[in-house]
Design a protein around this ligand. Structure first.
Ligand code: CIR
Length: 263
């Protein structure tokens, strides 16, 4: 079976701006500590490198407080990249800022014409399909535009639903291997993972659902020991990374990178 959904040669990240203290959040639990956020980001980049990925670290964009969450700006596949249209007005310019970096790497970069919206945090690419959760940031028009953009690359795009009150589809799930997902019970209960093997996160450990499989390891946010043990018991190698400061502005470990393979 192909492993294109989790074998990556490259990743793009962007340094946290000082303005990240003004990042969007559903609930105010205090601002991220800028120094600690930077230290966590450095450790995250190192963890990706140790997983065997060549990581580009782009300069901070102070005018966009959420610009460290590069995942929301694009969908990167083997055949090419698609520049997305974030549904948060304050984040729209982030995609435009990402496009030239994608063009430098890929021979084919597509842009969605709109008027729909779609953020990368709502997109889960598995071995057999691309699931996209409708959310406050991603609407059916955006999903239809993505489906059209990918048609000739042979991908199936399936529209699903992000649970109410949850920022992104992938706030609540991640890929562990081509056909195994880590999910919150509230999301898996929706039935969207029929045909997949599902590992549920432990009650009270919902943020652990946002993890990433990168080559031979699963990067998980630290502080969720029961779920980490479940993932290990399911046969995966877990590397924990500190993510407390991103969590204050609703960011998980997937949001901090675009991961892809150029070979
Ligand atoms: C936002 O609300 O857009 C940011 N504060 C967090 C974005 C997290 N991104 C992601 O889950 N892919």
């Amino acid at each position: 079976m192909s492993e294109r959904s989790f074998r990556f040669t490259h990743a793009i990240t962007r340094r946290p701006p000082i303005s990240a203290v003004h990042g969007l959040r559903a609930k105010d639990v205090g601002n991220p500590d800028s120094d600690l956020l930077m230290r966590h980001h450095n450790a995250y980049v190192l963890a990706l490198r140790q997983a065997g990925v060549e990581v580009s670290v782009l300069d901070a964009l102070e005018e966009f407080p959420d610009s460290l969450f590069v995942e929301d700006t694009a969908l990167c596949l083997r055949e090419g990249a698609v520049v997305l249209r974030p549904g948060a007005p304050s984040r729209f310019g982030e995609s435009m800022a990402m496009a030239p970096h994608l063009r430098a790497l890929y021979s084919e970069v597509r842009e969605l014409a709109g008027p729909g919206f779609i953020e990368g945090g709502d997109i889960l690419t598995t071995e057999s399909e691309i699931l996209v959760g409708r959310s406050e940031r991603t609407n059916s028009e955006g999903i239809a535009e993505l489906r059209d953009a990918l048609a000739d690359w042979g991908y199936t795009v399936r529209e699903v639903v992000t649970p109410p009150g949850v920022l992104h589809f992938k706030s609540d799930c991640s890929l562990l291997d081509g056909s195994t997902v880590l999910s919150t019970p509230r999301l898996s209960a929706s039935g969207c993972f029929e045909g997949y093997t599902v590992v549920d996160v432990a009650e009270g450990e919902e943020p652990a659902a946002n993890s990433i499989r990168v080559n031979d390891v699963v990067l998980m946010p630290s502080g969720f020991p029961v779920t980490a043990q479940r993932v290990r018991s399911a046969g995966f190698v877990v590397i924990e990374v500190e993510n407390s400061e991103c969590q204050k502005i609703d960011g998980g470990v997937s949001c901090l990178s675009l991961r892809f393979s150029l070979s």
